[in-house]
Write a protein that binds this ligand. Structure first.
Ligand SMILES: Cc1cc2nc3c(=O)[nH]c(=O)nc-3n(C[C@H](O)[C@H](O)[C@H](O)COP(=O)(O)O)c2cc1C
Length: 283
C-alpha cells in the first residue's frame, strides 16, 4: 500500500486522491436564492442523506482551492436558509457541467445552462423541472470546517418535501432505478452511469435469528479453496445453517470439479445445491 498524509501531500493532490478514493458520489444539483430572490444553481458531489426521521441531507460547497473564497451557493444559504437538491440524471449531464462554471454571484445558472425553473411548494428557490427527484429543504445548520482554500462547509438540511417524476414510479410508488438514469462523480473528471447493464440487487442479511453462519463457521476445505472467491464464500456463509446432505444425495452431488460446479450454482443463487456439492466432495 502507498500511504499519503495530508500534512505532507500538496493540498490539491490530496484533494484529487481523496475524491478518487471516495467514489462514485451522488450529485446534488442545488438551487438557492439570494436575499433579492435571484436564483443560483450549482452541482455538489460532497453530498448524501444522513437519516430519515427527521429526513436530513448534507452537502458541502467548499471554499475555492484556488482563491479560498466561499461559493455563491454558500453565500446564498447564509442569506436565505432554504434550497432544493435536484438529483442529476444522464440527460442533464452536460447542462449540469455547464452550470458548474464559476459564474459571478447574481448570474442565474438555470438560464445559463438552459434548465427550466419550476416553483417549489415550501421553499423559495425553484426546482429543476428536468430532474426526476427534487428535495425541497430548509437549512438547519451550517458547519464551516476551516477557513483555508478547500475547506468544507457542511450545509445540513431538513428535507421538507420530496418530488418524483411519475415516469420513474410504479403503481406502488416504488422507484425504478433504471428509469432514474443515475450518474455519479468519481475522481478527477470521471463520471459513471448506473444503467440496466450494471444495476444489480443484493439481498440484505436476514434480521436477528436468521443471521448467516459467517466465515468462521465455514469448513476449512471451503475456506482455503483456490477456486471460490471472497464473494462466493460470503454467499455460502450467508446461510442460516449448513444444509444436510443425506446418504442418498451423496452420489448424485458428487462432481469432478466440485468447487467450479459449486461456484456456478452460487452465481445462479442456488446455495443449497452449492453446499451439497461441496459436502459431497468430502465424502
Ligand atoms: C459534478 C460536480 C460536482 C461538484 N461538487 C462540488 C462539491 O461537492 N463541492 C464544491 O465546493 N464544489 C463542487 N463542484 C464545483 C462547483 O459546482 C463549482 O465551484 C460552482 O462554480 C459553484 O457554484 P456557485 O459559486 O454558484 O455556488 C462540483 C462540480 C461538478 C461538475
Amino acid at each position: 500500500m502507498k500511504t499519503f498524509l495530508p500534512g505532507e501531500t500538496p493540498q490539491p493532490k490530496f484533494h484529487e486522491l481523496m475524491l478518487s478514493a471516495v467514489a462514485p458520489r451522488p450529485i446534488a444539483f442545488v438551487s438557492t436564492v439570494d436575499k433579492n430572490g435571484q436564483p443560483n444553481l450549482s452541482p455538489f458531489s460532497f453530498f448524501n442523506v444522513f437519516g430519515s426521521n427527521p429526513p436530513i441531507c448534507v452537502f458541502s460547497p467548499a471554499r475555492s482551492g484556488r482563491t479560498g473564497q466561499t461559493k455563491n451557493t454558500f453565500d446564498n444559504v447564509m442569506e436565505v436558509k432554504e434550497c432544493v437538491v435536484n438529483i442529476v440524471n444522464e440527460d442533464m449531464l452536460y447542462q449540469m457541467n455547464l452550470a458548474s462554471g464559476e459564474y459571478p454571484k447574481g448570474v442565474n445558472e438555470f438560464v445559463k445552462a438552459g434548465f427550466t425553473m419550476l416553483a417549489s411548494d415550501f421553499v423559495s428557490p425553484p426546482r429543476v423541472a428536468e430532474s426526476f427527484a427534487q428535495l425541497e429543504c430548509k437549512v438547519l445548520n451550517v458547519i464551516e470546517t476551516g477557513t483555508g482554500g478547500g475547506a468544507g462547509n457542511l450545509i445540513i438540511c431538513e428535507i421538507v418535501c420530496l418530488h418524483f417524476n411519475e415516469n420513474v414510479l410504479d403503481d406502488n410508488n416504488s422507484v425504478d432505478p433504471v428509469k432514474m438514469k443515475y450518474i455519479a462523480r468519481m475522481g478527477k473528471d470521471f463520471y459513471c452511469r448506473a444503467d440496466a447493464s450494471n444495476i444489480f440487487e443484493v439481498a440484505k442479511p436476514k434480521a436477528n435469528s436468521n443471521l448467516g453462519i459467517g466465515f468462521d463457521a465455514l469448513p476449512n476445505f471451503i475456506l482455503t479453496s483456490k477456486i471460490l472467491t471472497g464473494n462466493d464464500l460470503a454467499q455460502l456463509a450467508s446461510v442460516h445453517e449448513i444444509p444436510a446432505l443425506s446418504r442418498e444425495e451423496n452420489s448424485a452431488f458428487k462432481k469432478d470439479n466440485a468447487h467450479q460446479a459449486a461456484q456456478q450454482l452460487i452465481q445462479q443463487g442456488n446455495l443449497v445445491d452449492a453446499w451439497k456439492i461441496l459436502l459431497a466432495s468430502q465424502q
